[in-house]
Write a protein that binds this ligand. Structure first.
Ligand SMILES: [Zn+2]
Length: 129
């Protein structure tokens, strides 16, 4: 799976976004260690806080399907917007070593990492034993 292919999965997932309020369509695709790709899109709600982001849809779907180890995630928006804070925290929990590809709607992407996006993340080591 090339970065370009993973970005393409995110672009396709973006087309399925349910975003009638913001009209900000987001797609994501997480690559599991075994090569399986799990797509996600943002799903908004009239009760705004009930909205869930594409990245968390993809990751929670992957977990629900039995995957636990991930190597990369691609995120696609109209303008190359980056994952929100909540998604960065979930990415740190479930895929701290993932490469992150951030794409615009044309497939132009840049490469970063979860560690770059969320340095000094809160992790399990911060919880009392
Ligand atoms: Zn988010």
């Amino acid at each position: 799976m090339t970065p370009e292919q993973l970005v393409q999965h995110a672009l396709e997932a973006r087309q399925r976004a349910y975003a009638p309020y913001s009209n900000y369509l987001v797609g994501a695709a997480v690559l599991a260690e075994d090569g399986v790709v799990f797509p996600g899109c943002n799903v908004e709600n009239a009760a705004y806080p009930s909205t869930i982001c594409a990245e968390r849809v993809a990751l929670t779907s992957a977990i629900a399907n039995g995957s636990r180890r991930f190597t990369a995630i691609a995120v696609a928006t109209s303008n190359g917007g980056t994952p929100c804070g909540a998604c960065r925290q979930v990415m740190a929990e479930l895929g701290l070593d993932m490469t992150v590809y951030i794409s615009d709607e044309h497939g132009n992407f840049r490469t970063t990492s979860v560690r770059e996006l969320l340095p000094e993340y809160f992790g399990p080591e911060h919880l009392p034993a």
